[in-house]
Ligand binder design. Structure first.
Ligand code: PFF
Length: 447
């Protein structure tokens, strides 16, 4: 059975696919706006620390569980521990998270497609600021339009996953990720010549810790998980297509560094544009959909910048969505012995249908609220504040305590790696779980 399992062609294929999963809306949309609303540099510093102390060690743990079990997100715990182990609850939580997250992630993916088409139709450079600002609301006002783009995004995602690990995911990430990097590099060079570049540098890298709040720290921690695609088995599933002998530390480091660099560069590009026009960096979630588009209309070559920018975001969102669907499809395919195309279509359709509720929560269902939250916000909150951190904690504890010393010895083999093995082990055993549970506890007490 095992020899039938797909494997990445080489290390590069894995690095591109895993970076494709990590680099997504979290880097290009969320990171810049949460850095903006949390005062910039101080937040960035904490974020970097969270990636290093929590994200990176847990990434190694999650990849290891997949790689050594060569199984999907639920069965991997059984292979490495024992049949029907209670630890497989972490796998179930991962499945549920991936299912829920993709259902609303693809709604936002749909907005990006809508904006990309507007850019292609030259609707940024030629229109007034007021009109451009209303694009998002116009989109929300049309349930049909929001649903159309949501389904279009799910069709693209499903199409890639249906073709399998090699012919689908590997092939497409090999095409999309280099284009994404080139577009971002082009935008970085462009922003270097903008008057706001230095101010953007100062904003992101002036480590002024006086601006730090507890909420900012918690947000940075949660985001470290989200941005590295941790806690729901995406990295575990991708790791399961890695050769058992492939060395993990260097590979994981490459993925974490690429993800971080892309987030920082995209922040730099966005804030250079923002500061060049004296606009408030604290715009929040609307930064990408209202603030930036208005600025595209004012800058030289704005149409091309808008086309390049939304294409970049669309590619990033797509390669992340693919990894979410893969978690569900890999599990279903392996446990129900069904073929991939069939499984991908069924799972893709089920997620797309669930996503209808999120898509409509901006119009028809905007009054349907649970605990004051719309369906979209509710799913976002449940997954990012509860399921992901808890799933991540369980995987870290499983790696740290159940697999323990023997596992870390298998991972950290060379001399320089051995130096850090105790650090990685204890980050998984105690530091990451305590930090996460502390954050959840704090939120429960203060809310
Ligand atoms: N890491 C992705 C981002 O930053 O947008 C989001 C994500 C993808 C989270 C896949 C979790 C996941 F399994």
């Amino acid at each position: 059975m095992m020899q039938n399992r797909a494997h990445w062609t080489n290390r590069l294929a894995f690095v591109l696919a895993a970076s494709g999963s990590a680099i997504g809306l979290g880097n290009l949309w969320k990171f810049p706006y949460i850095a903006g609303t949390n005062g910039g540099g101080a937040f960035v510093l904490v974020y970097l620390a969270c990636i290093a102390i929590i994200g990176f060690p847990v990434l190694i743990g999650e990849l290891f569980v997949g790689q050594q079990s060569q199984k999907n997100v639920v069965q991997s715990f059984e292979v490495l521990h024992r049949h029907r182990t209670p630890w497989r609850i972490a796998g179930w939580m991962g499945l549920v998270s991936a299912f829920l997250i993709l259902s609303f992630y693809s709604v936002v993916g749909g907005w990006i497609l809508d904006f990309e088409v507007r850019a292609l139709l030259n609707q940024f450079a030629t229109r007034s600021g007021e009109e451009i600002k209303s694009y998002l609301d116009t989109l929300f006002a049309s349930p049909f339009r929001v649903l159309f783009w949501h389904f279009a995004f799910m069709v693209l995602t499903t199409g890639i996953v249906a073709n399998g690990v090699k012919k689908g995911i590997e092939r497409w990430t090999k095409i999309l990720m280099p284009i994404l990097s080139l577009i971002l590099l082009g935008l970085l060079i462009y922003s270097f010549f903008l008057s706001g570049f230095n101010q953007a540098l100062g904003f992101l890298f002036s480590w002024d810790t006086s601006q730090l709040t507890v909420d900012g720290v918690l947000e940075a921690m949660g985001h470290a998980f989200f941005t590295l695609s941790l806690g729901m088995g995406a990295m575990l599933t991708y790791g399961s297509y890695l050769d058992k002998n492939e060395s993990l530390p260097r590979t994981a480091l490459t993925v974490a560094v690429m993800d971080t660099v892309i987030a920082l560069v995209s922040g730099l590009v966005i804030f250079s544009i923002v500061f060049s026009h004296g606009v408030d960096p604290q715009a929040g979630p609307e930064l990408m959909f209202k603030t930036l588009p208005v600025l595209f209309a004012q800058i030289p070559g704005g149409t091309f910048i808008a086309i390049a920018f939304f294409l970049l975001v669309a590619f990033a969102a797509l390669t992340s969505a693919v990894s979410l669907l893969e978690v569900v499809v890999a599990y279903w395919e392996e446990t129900h012995n069904k073929n991939r195309t069939y499984t991908a279509i069924i799972c893709g359709m089920a997620i797309a249908i669930l996503g209808v509720f999120s898509a409509l929560s901006f119009n028809v269902l905007s009054n349907v609220k649970v605990g004051g939250l719309t369906i979209f916000d509710l799913l976002d909150t449940i997954t990012s504040q509860a399921l992901l951190p808890l799933g991540g904690t369980l995987i870290a504890l499983f790696f740290g305590w159940v697999l323990g010393k023997r596992a870390i010895e298998m991972v950290m083999k060379t001399g320089s790696e051995k130096t850090f093995s105790a650090v990685i082990l204890w980050c998984n055993r105690a530091i990451a779980p305590l930090a996460i549970l502390g954050a959840i506890g704090y939120k429960l007490i203060t809310s």
